[in-house]
Ligand binder design. Structure first.
Ligand code: ADQ
Length: 487
């Protein structure tokens, strides 16, 4: 169902689970929309300027969707979700089936047929909404695991469109993907695209192997060809799709400028003083998610305290854990585990005025995040599995003073590019401990050399480059784009 206001059509259409704005209702009942902070919005702004573009997504609250409206040059098309759909499509199939399955089954995925039916219905609604607003021959960029059926559903209605899909999270090895009862329709959904982009080359390879093994498709290089099917289901026509890695990044210039502001530097000094001016501040910043390895990290910190290798007030650990998906059981359990572990560690190793672990379960403005990064002598980014991890890129960018050190899990997309970090296996507690100590004790010149190299990488591969590379690959697909350094 699309409102009459949707009669305008656009050459570029973005489809993502969420719109790039959040609704705020003031006490007097007036509604305002504020741009949500985040890399995707910035990246899209940079590709959408000078182009008429529309963004199709959920407005973030259940029930009837508002009419389409303009946000600057961007036309926003809210897609409605009922409360039941939020539970079944979003919290259920997206976050309790696909999310754990695509992150190495760190917790067991839940399979419910009713969730799948709902996921399909919501994907159909998104495809219909995009079909309404896309101009003839338009480019459509679909984002992420919540909308994997959209490419084929859209292709069936609108064969004239150029359709791309980008996967922000890992794509699992076929041995895990094959567990999914709906593996075939999901892949058929994706191969409706002309180009599918992934964070790492391994993710693209996993996708190609799944297409071969599950659908019997053939692959030549990074192009998958499927002969189609006569079963009449969505996405039955023969297709060729190219799959390659296009790693996402941050708005490096913007974040550097933010971190350089006098008020941010002053705030950093204030935070350091409030921690008692320790010699070494260790920092973790993550959404409170079981993929982020927070429990393993705390275990390593607890053992370092027990071994007497680190102790407050000289060394202190700050863990920022952003509230996340609190209606999903696995996330509630994780929060309890983490908070009881932090309580135990502080009970055993803190003294009055000297806290071993500072734990903050809150969201902060960008300025505060930049100040925190500047305080961190050692940044701990140790997910068990992560599509990319933008925190690692934000950290090195914020430390343009030349200081700091990054401890980075091998199982992040970021590790593929950020080889100069102190890499570790996040499952290996002894290994994390050793890597943290090495990062603390290494020669300052060696640390600076590593940080310089990391900053250069992020500066030259920023979010603008990511968006440009994706769109160039989409325009040329299934051939490779004519760029030397493109995906
Ligand atoms: P996420 O899993 O959300 O993203 P990440 O890439 O680290 O993970 O991005 C988190 C963002 O939230 C960062 O910009 C960070 O600064 C911000 N943030 C974290 N804690 C915050 C807090 N307390 N207050 C305010 N801001 C906070 C998914 C995938 C990743 C992939 C991204 C982008 O899981 O692997 O890198 O999408 O593709």
């Amino acid at each position: 169902m699309v409102s009459a206001a949707a009669a305008r059509t656009f050459d570029l259409v973005i489809a993502a689970n969420r719109l790039p704005v959040d609704r705020h209702v003031d006490p007097d009942g007036t509604t305002t929309w504020r741009t949500s902070p985040g890399g995707l919005v910035t990246a899209m702004e940079s590709v959408m300027h000078e182009r008429e573009a529309a963004w199709v997504g959920w407005a973030g609250f259940p029930g009837e969707a508002p009419e389409a409206f303009d946000d600057g040059a961007l036309r926003l098309h809210p897609v409605p979700l009922s409360a039941e759909e939020v539970t079944d499509y979003y919290e259920g199939f997206s976050n309790d089936t696909l999310w754990p399955l695509y992150h190495d089954v760190i917790v067991p995925p839940t399979f419910h047929r009713s969730w799948w039916h709902c996921y399909r219905a919501v994907n159909e609604r998104f495809a219909d909404a995009v079909a309404e607003v896309a101009a003839p021959g338009a480019t459509v960029w679909v984002h992420d695991y919540q909308l994997q059926l959209v490419p084929a559903l859209l292709r069936d209605q609108r064969p004239d469109l150029r359709i791309g899909w980008f996967d922000h999270i890992p794509f699992p090895p076929v041995e895990l993907f094959a567990q999914l009862p709906w593996r075939a329709p999901l892949l058929r959904g994706l191969i409706g695209a002309d180009f599918v982009g992934f964070q790492r080359p391994d993710d693209a390879r996993n996708f190609i192997r799944s297409c071969r093994s599950v659908l019997g498709a053939t692959a030549k290089g990074d192009v998958v060809t499927w002969q189609g099917s006569d079963d009449g289901h969505p996405g039955s026509a023969p297709r060729s799709v190219r799959a390659a890695s296009v790693p996402i990044s941050i708005d490096a210039a913007g974040f550097r400028e933010l971190a350089d502001r006098p008020e941010v530097r002053e705030r950093a000094a204030e935070i350091r003083a409030s921690l008692g001016n320790p010699e070494v501040v260790l920092l973790g910043v993550d959404r409170l998610d079981y993929t982020k390895g927070i429990r393993h990290r705390l275990r390593a910190i607890e053992e370092l305290l027990a071994d007497g290798e680190i102790a407050p007030p000289q060394v202190t650990f700050v863990q920022v854990a952003t509230p996340s998906r609190e209606r999903v059981e696995a996330y509630r359990t994780l929060r309890e585990q983490i908070e009881s572990t932090v309580g135990r560690i502080n009970g055993d190793y803190s003294h009055l005025g000297d806290t071993a672990v500072h734990y903050l379960h809150q969201s902060y403005p960008r300025e505060e995040m930049a100040a925190l990064f500047q305080v961190a002598d050692i940044m701990l980014v140790t997910p068990l599995r992560d599509g990319m991890n933008l925190v690692a890129k934000e950290y090195v960018t914020a430390r343009h003073d030349g200081g700091g050190a990054l401890v980075l899990s091998e199982f992040t997309g970021a590790a593929e590019e950020m080889r100069a970090a102190y890499l570790c296996n996040p499952h290996d507690i002894a290994g994390i401990k050793e890597t943290i100590l090495r990062a603390i004790r290494d020669d300052p010149a060696e640390k600076q050399r590593r940080m310089r190299s990391l900053r250069r990488r992020v500066r030259t591969h920023d979010v603008q480059a990511w968006a440009d590379d994706f769109l160039a690959a989409l325009a040329a697909a299934p051939a490779r784009p004519r760029r030397r350094d493109g995906p």
